[in-house]
Write a protein that binds this ligand. Sequence first.
Ligand code: EPZ
Length: 435
Amino acid sequence: MPEIFVEGGHRLRGELYVQGSKNAVLPILAAAVLPEGETVLTRVPVIGDVAVSLEILSALGVSVSFADGRLTLCADSLCSAEVPQELGARMRSSVLFLGSLLGRRQEVRTAFPGGCAIGSRPVGLHLSVLRQLGAEIFSEGDRLCGRVEQFTGGTVTLPSPSVGATEQALLAAVSAAGETLLRGAAREPEVQILCDFLCACGAKIRGQGTGEIRVTPAPLHGCHFEIPGDRIAAGTYLAAAAATSGDVTVRGIFPAQLRSSLAVFRRLGCLVDEGEDWVRLIREGALRPVSRLETEPYPGFPTDMQPLILPLLALASGESRLWENLFENRLGLAGELNRMGADIEVHDRLAVIHGVESLAGCPVAAHDLRGGAGLLVAALAARGDSHITGRKYMERGYEEPERNLAALGAVIRCSGESGQRRGKREEARWRNSDR
Ligand code: EPZ
């Protein structure tokens, strides 16, 4: 299995153009079964979860052609509503095919979704919104199934602003017989981007970015759409700059989407400059502790940035307190950081971090996507060499992290097949494929 070797202590300098957003492209790929005609997506990241989504689309009969970040899809040849069990169980966002396949095929069979081990990851809110729109949802053994003549439309209420359940409701509502008002919707940029894609396909959607989204269905046609930059990947490289007293500019990102994270970098003592589509982070002095930090739904501090900030707090000059309010098991990174010499106490959802002078490189293991990225940030700052296993989690969401970090001055390598070669191999599978 690929592993990562890092020689810590090198300052990162330079700039990079960030990959397309994983959490924006995945719901769009679930939506791709809906429009008639050809859809072309550009700036599609070459990452594991996209590869699984393309396998699912191909198994459904969608024609797929993928090369150099440009993805051409056509669902006119769609011939199935069954998501293969072994594919559906590999990632969280496979659950989004429920709404889109019910809208297109009036039936669906899929797996209970997989995803990072950061909590129980229930899907009750997804099933609730589909039922509120008229679907019959049931399980057959380990399969999740549904059927509906046509979604009805109406008012759908979410008790909490679940990103996935909001996306699920949108993917169903665009095929409904009437207008839908979604109350309690998530405000994340990735939800807004899905709405932008569905509007480009012909839907009429208003209110995205607020808690109330109104969807007026219309026949959906293919479109050309560029995937915006990945705000969490951008935040990851900025955190790597902060960890190494570096000076890094990330381009291809809208600073407004990272507002709360940039505020945390500033509270840590970093200098953060920003332009229309770039952010520059410079760290010169010591990292400052942050007395109270909580993860919250957008526009609050994002849970996905928590594992990237934790190693910085571990190196700050004092005590910090961080609450993980979104996922019940997302502070597991603390154990691995403590193996590197950090001093972090975890009490349920609270991490009390006593800053230390430095971390020591050592063998550590990634257990989830962002936790693995957090270990990378820590290893870049540490004294000596680190050996990180579990790279398979990181390649689900990061496009060639070793290559990007090495270009900024990191001394890093990946054993086994590199992400770049794997990505090219994956792309070769879809280059001008006949399906
Ligand atoms: C999306 O996950 C993202 N994944 C996550 O990013 C992100 O952490 C999360 O939103 C929050 O921003 C993708 O977009 C593919 P939620 P999602 O539904 O939709 C509970 C990453 O690292 N909940 O907003 O699964 C849930 O348990 C990933 O890129 C229910 O109780 O998140 C959690 O406590 C990790 N029932 C809270 O809501 C449900 O039916 C927020 O989850 C659904 C969710």
